[in-house]
Design a protein around this ligand. Structure first.
Ligand code: ADP
Length: 463
């Protein structure tokens, strides 16, 4: 069932429901008013009648004055004595020889009741007549309810007709206006289908109508998703091209060196070194890819335990100094003793990624500074270099998967695969921390990592 039809039915049902409740209330109110009006007339007539009658010494009734009967109100009366004899009645009622309300007559108390006589609906007021402390008869004043019934019936009919017309009208109007409101959605669906047929992620849905209504927000969200998909798709394509290129180079070198040794018919140490270097590079690429895939699918497990960050930093510092050789000076001016809760191997990997980048992107003679200290509730690790810096246009993207700044890509010998920073980012954020970068092109880059310190009760050593 279409949304348009569902909404139309819903609105019509709503209108129908409201009219039903309203109709019931109106009917009850009119009914109460009509009946109470009849009751008042009966009461007044009974009063008038009673004032015109006197009781004699032997308990006999005699009429002194004629009642002021209102002939337009269709009110009749009967006076019955205790022996069930009709004492007197309204003129013209001679042919009716039984009480208007036989049950009310038995009750011997003032009571209003509905009765039916010769199939005519009546409202009857029963008033017991008393003299000297005993009941001598009953006065019954009755009014025809035919008019009231007709009014009630007409009211029900009119309400039903009005309700049906209102429901049909609201269904037609709802169908029209909902159709109008949904028409942009239909157009968007057509455009979206067209886009997916064209398989062109660079196209966008056109924005129509008001800037900030639901439809335009949907279009914006859809376009943003398309934008992200396009970016992802492009970066994946670029990544595939990069990876194939990166794979081809070491494989060519390995094959070339192996061929050379076969032709020379002896093992050449230089060729072996080169083969080993390229194999290492391949291993790194495969390792990074695997890690990224695990992190992406949420299957990279983190084993949390107390980690002495200072010891870890010193360890990485020593290892990376060997990597930097004489080319770059690595310095560790500031280091505090800090223990946090984390996965030691993964944190080491973050440090290695950042320091390796600093070494890679710093020309010979440059410097890399490391530091570890406490800032508020966090441990702060800083990796600062005096290298190439990151161009401003690349800054927003460096944590995206497979992203490599233009310069790094053109210098594929030194660059990696654009996976180091996304992996570092994933690890730090999954430790509840933050990673920040600040860079000036041509001057250098600073990466700051903030990792939350454990709560004091956890952190205090037992001794
Ligand atoms: P890569 O393996 O290419 O270094 P990363 O994800 O580690 O990939 O880094 C992404 C990009 O960020 C790099 O290609 C490089 O352009 C830039 N980058 C990262 N660290 C630095 C740095 N210390 N100095 C200059 N550029 C950097």
């Amino acid at each position: 069932m279409s949304l348009r039809l569902r909404l139309t039915i819903l609105y019509s049902a709503l209108i129908g429901g409201i009219l039903l409740v309203f109709g019931i209330l109106l009917y009850s109110l009119v009914n109460v008013l009509l009946v109470s009006q009849v009751d008042t007339t009966l009461y007044q007539t009974a009063n008038d009648l009673l004032q015109g009658w006197r009781v004699g010494p032997a308990g006999e009734l005699s009429q002194e004055t004629l009642p002021k009967l209102n002939l337009t109100s269709f009110v009749y009366f009967q006076i019955w004595d205790n022996n069930g004899r009709l004492h007197s009645s309204s003129p013209g009622l001679g042919m009716i020889s039984q009480p208007f309300d036989p049950v009310g007559y038995q009750l011997k108390r003032t009571v209003y009741r509905d009765a039916l006589i010769q199939n005519f609906p009546l409202r009857v007021l029963n008033v017991p007549l008393e003299a000297g402390g005993r009941t001598i008869g009953t006065l019954q004043v009755a009014a025809s309810m035919t008019m009231v019934d007709t009014t009630r019936h007409s009211l029900v009919q009119t309400t039903i007709i009005i309700a049906l017309v209102a429901i049909l009208l609201s269904a037609a109007l709802s169908w029209f206006f909902i159709g109008q409101a949904l028409s942009p959605l239909v157009k968007i669906t057509e455009s979206a289908l067209h886009l997916s047929d064209a398989e062109d992620l660079s196209q966008r849905l056109p924005l129509r109508g008001a800037e900030n209504d639901e439809i335009s927000r949907l279009v914006n969200a859809f376009n943003a998703t398309l934008g992200r998909l396009e970016k992802l798709f492009t970066s994946q394509q670029r990544f595939l091209a990069d990876v194939s290129h990166e794979l081809r180079t070491p494989l060519t070198v390995i094959k070339g060196n192996a061929d050379l040794m076969r032709r020379m018919k002896h093992v050449d140490v230089e060729s072996l070194d080169s083969i080993e270097d390229e194999a290492d590079r391949l291993t790194r690429l495969v390792g990074d890819l695997l890690l990224e895939a695990q992190a992406e699918s949420g299957k990279l497990p983190l084993h949390f335990a107390p980690v002495e960050l200072d010891t870890l930093l010193l360890e990485v510092f020593k290892e990376m100094r060997i990597l930097a050789r004489e080319r770059i000076q690595i310095k560790l001016p500031e280091i505090d003793q800090i223990v946090i809760n984390g996965d030691r191997d993964r944190l080491k990997q973050v440090l290695i990624n950042l320091i390796a980048n600093a070494i890679k992107y710093t020309p010979q003679g440059g410097e890399v500074f490391l530091s570890l200290g406490k800032v508020g509730d966090n441990a702060r690790l800083i990796v600062r270099d005096t290298g190439l810096g990151i161009p401003a246009e690349d800054m927003p993207h460096i944590f995206e998967r497979f992203y490599r700044a233009e310069k790094s890509r053109s210098r594929s010998k030194i660059g990696g695969f654009g996976l180091g920073l996304p992996i570092a980012y994933w690890i730090v954020t999954h430790h509840g921390g933050q990673i920040e970068v600040d860079s000036v092109e041509g001057k250098g880059t600073t990466f700051c990592i903030y990792l939350p310190l454990p709560q004091t009760s956890e952190a205090t050593p037992k001794d």
